[in-house]
Ligand binder design. Structure first.
Ligand code: DQQ
Length: 579
């Protein structure tokens, strides 16, 4: 605690030192929808997902709650709709939905971050947040050929709830790549956690040969860091680990979140890694052995990078934070475009953040987490459209009446169908995606495909199908393929139209198969079976845009499906502008 107190004194001193970041003068284009964006027809911009006013965005950085405001930092290129010139954009909100854009928090202006201020995290030191991030320095600007280095920034004025100005500490860089690690593969410091010995820990993503590594560091003052002898964890053949995240969850499977430093027998830990090779976020649930600072996955087959993914569509470089305002853990993730680069340049923006999700341990299966959109979404609900109980026979689709089918929060429950006739088919993690494209919504099956067509044109020549297809392993067990099929999402041939998918075991005593789907113009976020499997798709309809977008329920299987209830809430449009 003495060390901490000294550090906070240090933070205060640093905060008043004349070491200020050179902020770009805020221009209209940086604070509100730029003239260039506003001048174009924009059928694909989101109405309730976070997007900066224009240009390129990628990873969410250091989300946190401070003095009444949620803060979201994000990797942002102020100059173009493609990756480059990476700064930390900064937005604040009281509900994680109605965001306001502030001046840039960090921008490249030091030798160690001359080429970009890359991803990092926020940590509270005695109630005051500090930022750790990766500085990227082209070799010609760097010292000792160091390319990626870890650096720290502190707020200039902690009494400002908006934390509008940040300053980089003079001790930077606080970490350079250790021996044996290529300095181009050393990045993305996590939120720190405090051990019982009063020392901080944090991990940095790296790789050695093809082994992904979470290199562990310890510090008494958060500025001077010492590398631990062993990484917190590593997994062979998973490649570079970007944006690691390490956090505790209540083993009781309560929805309540806990602070990142909490340890003990009542807690399980999650290690998430973003695999640079495949651009997917994998996580493993396990035990944090505090004695030697190591992580042991509960199931070695589901180790980090090998087993479960947060999302089986487009979702990367995600990060959680403990929201002590509401006592929950929140997950944010970067949702890239599926369009071609020239289309991004033409529309003058690229990417959005996934809708904030709360995450907690699954009571039925403690190797898995559940994810669900934050409840604040309800503040956007306008008109409610429903379908009451009905039997769906193979063939005709049923229309859900909507005013604007391009911005909806849909929840639908189907009764668990008769499983006896299910197709006999082995499903595993590597075959699910392929099977989703082979058992596409348009083909007839046995138990399914059944589900929703969203962002569909009246003639259904454009449609994004979100559906279940239930299969049997022939030994008395069943699985539901969960698919988000983009193959018919647009008449344009340019975008990537992969059919994404995963699967969920189905038990004969279950009564309901449920889907929750957030539809927002060009993003379709699916939460199946209460958040056991999530799939995010990006789609670019040419006809099914705005009020022309329709929603249908369908069953293309020979076994009848009972729809129990469907609710489709029409959503307000959020105006993301300057504070
Ligand atoms: N994006 C950042 C890196 C990180 C990558 C650069 C992940 O720090 O490894 O923009 O998307």
């Amino acid at each position: 605690m003495v060390a901490l107190a000294l550090l906070m004194l240090g933070v205060a001193e640093l905060g008043s030192a004349s070491h200020h970041v050179r902020f770009l003068a805020p221009s209209g284009s940086q604070l509100s929808a730029s003239a260039a964006v506003a001048a174009l027809p924009q059928p694909y911009r989101a109405s309730f997902h976070f997007q900066p006013p224009d240009n390129w965005m990628n990873d969410p950085n250091g989300p946190m709650f401070y003095k009444g405001y949620y803060h979201l930092f994000y990797q942002w290129n102020p100059y173009a709709a493609v990756w480059g010139n990476i700064t930390w954009g900064h937005a604040v909100s009281t509900d994680m939905i109605r965001w306001h854009i502030l001046d840039l928090a960090l921008l490249p202006d030091q030798w160690y971050d001359q080429y970009g201020c890359w991803s990092g995290s926020a940590t509270f030191l005695n109630g005051k947040p500090v930022l750790l991030y990766t500085g990227w320095s082209n070799v010609s600007f760097s010292r000792d050929n160091q390319v990626q280095m870890q650096a720290m920034a502190i707020a200039v004025n902690y009494s400002d709830p908006l934390l509008r100005q940040w300053t980089k500490i003079p001790q930077n860089p606080i970490l350079t790549a250790p021996d044996g690690i290529n300095s181009t593969k050393f990045r993305d410091p996590t939120t720190g956690w405090l051990g019982k010995d009063d020392k901080w820990r944090m991990i940095v993503g790296a790789k050695r040969k093809h082994r992904g590594l979470a290199i562990l560091y310890r510090s008494s003052d958060f500025v001077q860091w010492e590398k631990a002898k062993h990484p917190l964890h590593s997994v062979a053949r998973t490649g570079m680990w970007e944006c690691p995240d390490f956090y505790p969850m209540l083993a009781s499977a309560s929805r309540n979140g806990i602070d990142t430093s909490v340890t003990g027998p009542h807690v399980k830990h999650v290690l998430k890694v973003s695999l640079d090779d495949t651009k997917h976020d994998y996580y493993a649930v396990g035990t944090y052995v505090t004695g030697n600072d190591s992580f042991i996955p509960t199931n070695a087959k589901l180790d980090a990078g090998l087993g479960l993914r947060y999302d089986y569509g487009k979702y990367y470089a995600s990060k959680t934070f403990f929201d002590d305002n509401k006592g929950r853990r929140i997950l944010l993730g970067w949702v890239n475009e599926s369009s071609i680069e020239s289309a991004d340049i033409a529309k003058n923006w690229s990417s959005m953040q996934g809708f904030p999700r709360i995450v907690w341990l699954d009571a039925e299966n403690s190797e898995r987490i559940l994810q669900w959109p934050i409840d604040e979404i309800k503040s956007l609900y306008k008109q409610k459209n429903t379908l009451e109980s009905m039997r769906l026979d193979i063939g005709p689709v049923v229309k859900v009446k909507t005013t604007n089918g391009a911005q909806l929060d849909i929840e639908v429950d189907f009764a668990l169908p008769e499983l006896k006739q299910a197709e006999k088919l082995e499903v595993n993690a590597s075959s699910a995606q392929q099977l989703c494209s082979e058992r596409a919504s348009s083909r007839s099956g046995l138990v399914g495909p059944f589900g929703l067509l969203v962002l569909a044109s009246e003639d259904q020549s454009e449609q994004t199908a979100v559906f279940f297809y239930i299969v049997s392993d022939g030994r008395g067990s069943w699985n539901a393929l969960v698919c988000s099929d983009q193959s018919r999402s647009s008449l344009s041939t340019d975008p990537d139209k992969t059919a994404y998918g995963s699967f969920i075991p189905v038990f004969g005593n279950e009564t309901t198969m449920s889907l929750r789907v957030l539809v927002d113009h060009s993003i379709v976020e699916t939460f199946a079976q209460g958040g056991k499997v999530c799939i995010t798709s990006r789609v670019y309809p040419t006809k099914a845009i705005n009020e022309e977008a329709q929603v249908y329920v369908f069953n293309n299987g020979s076994v009848p499906i009972q729809l129990k209830k469907l609710t489709a809430w029409e959503m307000e449009t959020v105006d993301i502008g300057p504070f």
